[in-house]
Design a protein around this ligand. Structure first.
Ligand code: ATP
Ligand code: MG
Length: 704
C-alpha cells in the first residue's frame, strides 16, 4: 500500500516536475521573446529559441505578408547545398488565397499542426517543389501561428541530416513556442508595417518635393507632361500611362504624352476613334478619380494594351474644370492601391499648377512677341524709361530717329548716356523736373519734326511716344506762305481802289445814291483790309514772331484796353468792371501783343453780350503764373462750339450771332500769341448764361 502510495506520489511528483519545467520554459520563452518589436531582431530571436529549446537540426520560419495574401520566407537555420535552391527558398512566397489547393496550406489555414513523414504524404506533395525540394525532409513538423483566428506565420522543424524523428518532447516545446510567439509576432508585424508605411511616406514626400522643384522650374508644357507621367509610373509601378488634355466645351481629349504602350500613338488614336476613350473619357466628364480593379468587368473600357487588368485615372483640375486626365494601366488585377490613387491625385494637383504656369508663360511670351512686333513695325517712336532713368525698351523707329545703331544693345543704359546731345534729353529732363506729363515738338537729328508725348507712370517710369509730323509742318508752312503772299498781293490793289474811291467821293462826281453806294464800298474795303491784316498777323505769329519780352504790369494793360473799349460798351449800355489789384506781380510779355490779346477777349465779351450786359475782369496769382479772367453774362458758347472757337475762321452759327460781324480769326490769333508767351488759354461757358476766358501768363520773377 505504502509502495503504491509512494509510486503514486512519485508519479505525481514527476508530473509536477515536468509541469514546473514546462512553466519555467514558458517563462523563459516569454522573457526571451520580450525582444524589441523590430522585425529582423524578432526573427533571429525566434530562430535562436528554436535552436535552444526545440533543438531540431533544421528550422524554418514563414511569415504572412502585410496584406495577409502570401506566406513568405522569414528565416531559416540552414543553408541548402544548392545555391540556387537556397536563393529560391529565400524568395519563397506561398499564396494564401482561397484558390490555394495545397493540402498543407489548407491545413495551416485551419490551424492544424502537421506532422509529416515520408510514409504519409510527402510523396504526394513531392510535386510541390517549394516544399519537397527545398526542405527535402524525411520527417518534419509544422506549427501554424494564429492571431485573431488568422494565420500569421508557420514554424517548421525537422531533424535533417540525422533523419531521427522529431521527438515528443521537441514537439511539445515547439507547441509551447508557437503559443508564446503569437503576440510578439503580431507586434513585430505591426512594427514592420508601420515602419514600411513611414518609409513609403518619406519616399512619397521626397518624390513630391523633387516633383515640385522640377515642375516649378519648367515652363515647357510638354516637359511638364513627360515629367508628370515619369513620376507617376515610377511610384505606382504601372506599366503604361498617358496624359490627355481635355476641352470641357467640346468634350474632346487630346492625348499628348503616352508611355509604355506596345502600340504606336497612331494605332491607339485609331482605336480611340472607333471605340471611344473609355474610362479616361468618363473621368474627364465626371471630374472624379477612378480605380478600376478589373477592366474587363467595366463595359466602357477600351483596350489599348493587351495585358492590362486594372486602370487608374485622375482628373487634373483648374478652377473646378477638368483640363487634363492622367490614366495608368497595370497588368495586375487590383493593381492599384488607395496609396497609388492618393499619390496620383497629389501629382495631378501639382501638374495642374505647372500646366497653368506653363500656359501663362507661353501666353506672356506670345503677347510679348506680338507687342514687340507691333512696336518694331510702328512708325511712331516708342521708348520706355524706368524709374532709375535707364532704358527698358526702345523700338526701331526710335533708333532711326535718334540716329542710334540698330544692332546695339541700349536697354539697361541711362538716358543721359544714350540720348546725349539730342533734343530728347531736354524734353525728358523737363518732364522729369515738372514730374508731370509733357507734350511738345522736337526736331530730331534725322532732320524730322516730331510731336512728343512723355507720360509718367508710377510703377514703370516714363513712356515716350513720338509721332513724325514733318509732312504736316511742311504743309502748314506752305499754306502760311501762300496766305502771306496772297494777302500781301491783295493789299496793293486794295490801296489803289481805296484811293480812287476817296478821290471820287471828294470830287462829288456821283449822285447822292452813288455816294451812299461808295460809302458802302469803302466800309467793305475797310473790312477786307482788316481781314488781310489779321491773316498776315496770324501767319507772322505762327511762323514764329520775335516777341519783345519784358516784365509787364497786367493792370496797366487791362486799364488801357478797357479805356479803348469803353465807348463801344457805352453804346450798348454795358458796364465793364475792372477788378485788378495793383499789387499783382509782373509777368513776362510783349506789351503790344498782350494788349492785342486782351482787346480781342474784352472786345468779344462786349460784342457777344446783349445790351445792358456786364463784363468783369479780374486776375489771380497762381504757382508761377498770373491768371487773368474776362467774364461776360452774354450769349455763352455750347460745349460743341467751345472745341472749335480757337480754330481759324470758326464762327458760331446761331440765329442770335448772325447779325454780329466778324471773321473768326480773333481767338486763333489770341491762342497763338498766348502760346508764344508760354502761356495757356481756356474757356468756361454755358449757352445763354455767359462765358469766362482765362489767360495764364508766366511770372517775370519766378524761381524755375
Ligand atoms: P474776329 O474776332 O476775327 O473779328 P470773331 O469774333 O467772330 O471774329 P473770334 O473772336 O475768333 O471770331 O471768335 C470765334 C467765335 O467764338 C465767335 O464767332 C463767337 O461766336 C464765339 N465767341 C467768342 N467770344 C465769345 C463770347 N465772349 N461770348 C460768346 N461767344 C463768343
Ligand atoms: Mg472776335
Amino acid at each position: 500500500m505504502q509502495n503504491t502510495d509512494f509510486d503514486r506520489l512519485q508519479a505525481e511528483n514527476e508530473g509536477l516536475r515536468t509541469r514546473s519545467a514546462r512553466l519555467e520554459t514558458a517563462n523563459e520563452l516569454a522573457r526571451r521573446l520580450r525582444t524589441p518589436a523590430d522585425f529582423p531582431v524578432f526573427l533571429s530571436e525566434i530562430l535562436s529559441i528554436l535552436q535552444d529549446y526545440v533543438a531540431c537540426e533544421r528550422s524554418l520560419v514563414l511569415i504572412c505578408d502585410d496584406a495577409d495574401e502570401t506566406l513568405d520566407y522569414g528565416i531559416s537555420s540552414f543553408m541548402l547545398p544548392d545555391i540556387d535552391q537556397q536563393f529560391q527558398l529565400e524568395k519563397l512566397r506561398i499564396p494564401l488565397t482561397n484558390s490555394s489547393e495545397h493540402p498543407l496550406v489548407q491545413a495551416w489555414l485551419h490551424g492544424a499542426h502537421v506532422l509529416m513523414t515520408p510514409a504519409s504524404a510527402i510523396h504526394d506533395w513531392a510535386a510541390d517543389a517549394w516544399l519537397g525540394d527545398l526542405i527535402g525532409s524525411q520527417q518534419f513538423v509544422s506549427m501554424p501561428l494564429f492571431s485573431d483566428e488568422r494565420l500569421i506565420g508557420v514554424l517548421l522543424v525537422d531533424n535533417q541530416p540525422s533523419a531521427l524523428p522529431v521527438s515528443q518532447d521537441q514537439y511539445e516545446r515547439l507547441e509551447l513556442l508557437a503559443q508564446s510567439a503569437v503576440i510578439p509576432l503580431t507586434h513585430a508585424r505591426m512594427h514592420r508595417k508601420t515602419k514600411q508605411q513611414l518609409a513609403d511616406n518619406m519616399r512619397e514626400m521626397y518624390i513630391l518635393q523633387q516633383i515640385d522643384r522640377e515642375l516649378n522650374d519648367s515652363i515647357n508644357l510638354k516637359r511638364v507632361f513627360e515629367m508628370t507621367l515619369d513620376w507617376v509610373l515610377r511610384f505606382t509601378n504601372a506599366q503604361a500611362a498617358s496624359l490627355a488634355l481635355y476641352n470641357p466645351d467640346t468634350d474632346e481629349l487630346h492625348f499628348l504624352v503616352e508611355y509604355g504602350y506596345d502600340q504606336s500613338p497612331e494605332q491607339m488614336a485609331m482605336r480611340r476613334a472607333n471605340s471611344g476613350s473609355g474610362i479616361t473619357q468618363r473621368v474627364a466628364r465626371s471630374g472624379r478619380a477612378e480605380v478600376v480593379s478589373d477592366v474587363h468587368a467595366d463595359p466602357e473600357y477600351t483596350m489599348l494594351q493587351h495585358k492590362t487588368q486594372a486602370q487608374l485615372a485622375v482628373p487634373v483640375l483648374r478652377e473646378e474644370r477638368v483640363i487634363a486626365v492622367i490614366t495608368l494601366e497595370s497588368r495586375r488585377l487590383n493593381g492599384f492601391t488607395p496609396t497609388h490613387l492618393e499619390f496620383a491625385g497629389k501629382l495631378a494637383a501639382r501638374a495642374g499648377v505647372a500646366i497653368d504656369n506653363a500656359r501663362l508663360y507661353q501666353e506672356a511670351i506670345l503677347e510679348r512677341e506680338k507687342l514687340s512686333h507691333i512696336l518694331n513695325n510702328t512708325a511712331d517712336v516708342v521708348i520706355v524709361i524706368g524709374v532709375d532713368e535707364r532704358i527698358l525698351l526702345i523700338n526701331q523707329s526710335a533708333l532711326s530717329a535718334t540716329r542710334l545703331y540698330p544692332g546695339q544693345q541700349y536697354v539697361g543704359q541711362t538716358t543721359n548716356q544714350v540720348f546725349e546731345g539730342t533734343p530728347l534729353i531736354e524734353a525728358f529732363q523737363k518732364a522729369r523736373r515738372l514730374g508731370d506729363n509733357h507734350t511738345g515738338e522736337v526736331k530730331m537729328p534725322n532732320d524730322r519734326t516730331f510731336h512728343i508725348n512723355i507720360r509718367r507712370f508710377e510703377e514703370i517710369g516714363w513712356i515716350v511716344v513720338m509721332h513724325d509730323i514733318t509732312p504736316f509742318k511742311e504743309m502748314d508752312r506752305l499754306k502760311s506762305e501762300l496766305i502771306a503772299t496772297v494777302s500781301h498781293d491783295l493789299k496793293q490793289p486794295l490801296s489803289v481802289m481805296t484811293g480812287y474811291i476817296e478821290l471820287m467821293q471828294m470830287q462829288q462826281a456821283v449822285s447822292e445814291r452813288g455816294q451812299n453806294a461808295m460809302t458802302m464800298i469803302r466800309r467793305a474795303m475797310q473790312n477786307m483790309r482788316q481781314l488781310i491784316d489779321d491773316l498776315l498777323d496770324l501767319a507772322k505769329i505762327e511762323s514764329g514772331i520775335k516777341l519783345d519780352l519784358q516784365p509787364v504790369e497786367i493792370p496797366t494793360i487791362v486799364n488801357d484796353c478797357v479805356e479803348q473799349l469803353r465807348n463801344m460798351a457805352y453804346t450798348k449800355s454795358m458796364t465793364i468792371n475792372n477788378n485788378l489789384a495793383d499789387s499783382l506781380p509782373q509777368v513776362v510779355g510783349d506789351r503790344m501783343r498782350l494788349r492785342q490779346i486782351l482787346i480781342n477777349l474784352i472786345g468779344n465779351a462786349v460784342k457777344y453780350t446783349p445790351d445792358e450786359g456786364q463784363v468783369n475782369i479780374w486776375a489771380e496769382l497762381r504757382s508761377g503764373s498770373v491768371r487773368v479772367a474776362v467774364q461776360d453774362n452774354g450769349l455763352g458758347i455750347s460745349p460743341e462750339d467751345q472745341i472749335h472757337i480757337f480754330e481759324r475762321f470758326y464762327r458760331v452759327r446761331r440765329p442770335e450771332t448772325d447779325a454780329i460781324e466778324g471773321t473768326g480769326l480773333g481767338l486763333a490769333i489770341v491762342k497763338s500769341l498766348v502760346e508764344a508767351h508760354s502761356g495757356q488759354i481756356t474757356v468756361e461757358s454755358k449757352l445763354g448764361e455767359g462765358s469766362t476766358f482765362f489767360v495764364s501768363l508766366p511770372l517775370a520773377h519766378h524761381a524755375d
